[in-house]
Write a new protein. Structure first.
Length: 154
């Protein structure tokens, strides 16, 4: 289940990286999301799915201008990302609620499990960190898209 979730979680990020509209990078718009590497690495400490971790790290290094050249339209991608972010926020909140309920820890940050622990709590906490990581990248891509859109790119 965790692997399936990992693949669907990064759907928005991967789709965006592959299908953004044609445009030339503006000086004020980011070239990639590498500035998020430290924050992403902290979130990925709570994730044990190697494919997900690899995908998220590669997304941060992907060229936004190149992704824009391969896509169908900024407006459509903005709409898609906004929906994906809403979905991941729901996943994150649900996982947070369940993990806190199960652990009896209503306050403080959730702590990732160590491998090879496999139980409902650990899977829920991992799902929480995956949703947070996906939304970190999705929000940054959305912000970049809006920047390119303000620059006049379609």
């Amino acid at each position: 289940m965790t692997r399936l979730f990992a693949m669907t979680t990064c759907l928005g990020v991967v789709a965006l990286a592959l299908f953004l509209p044609a445009a030339q990078a503006a000086d004020t718009c980011p070239e990639n999301l590498s500035h998020l590497s430290e924050e992403m690495d902290a979130l990925l400490e709570g994730v044990h799915v190697k494919e997900f971790k690899r995908t998220m790290r590669s997304v941060l290094q992907a060229s936004i201008p190149q992704a824009i050249q391969r896509a169908d339209g900024i407006k459509e991608q903005i709409t898609f990302l906004q929906k994906e972010i809403q979905h991941q926020v729901r996943v994150e909140k649900s996982a947070d609620f369940i993990a806190r309920d199960v652990s009896g820890n209503p306050d403080g940050p959730l702590k990732p499990c160590k491998r090879p622990e496999e139980n409902g709590y650990c899977n829920t906490v991992e799902r929480y960190f995956m949703a947070k990581a996906a939304n970190l990248a999705n929000r940054a891509f959305l912000k970049a898209l809006k920047c390119y859109q303000r620059q006049g790119y379609q």
